[in-house]
Design a protein around this ligand. Sequence first.
Ligand code: DGP
Length: 142
Amino acid sequence: MADCIFCQIINGDIPSVTIYEDDQVKAFLDISQGTPGHTLLVPKKHVRDIFEYDDQLAQDVFRHVPLIARAIKASNPAIQGLNIVNNNGEVAYQSVFHSHIHFVPRYTDHDDFAMTFKDNSDKYTNADLQQIADNIKAHLED
Ligand code: DGP
């Protein structure tokens, strides 16, 4: 897509610092470097978000996740952990609408990345949870 910044990176029209590339994917440093080594893995095929993946694309992209994760971890002994994040939709903090997976190395529990969600477990009965699960299960074949 001509006006997609990640397509332009994939095509070499915009420079990026590449970590890995093959026919299906490219991994490059995120310009924001939320923490040092912050990397993005993107499919070369333009898809907006996870909802547009078919099985083949999922295999082509997600099979690279451990490879990239291990390389980042091995690159710096100060890395204690790694958050792997995939934002889908503006409400979920997606700002570039070419699907991508963030790899954010973690150095300490007060480095420059945070991810929190509220514990609402006291608001749900087992029946509520079962109903939610049944509803999701009913859509697995969609
Ligand atoms: P998200 O908010 O999940 O859509 O993440 C988009 C990321 O893309 C954000 O962390 C910054 C990164 N980014 C945006 N523009 C560029 C760019 O031109 N080059 C690189 N390397 N990264 C970019």
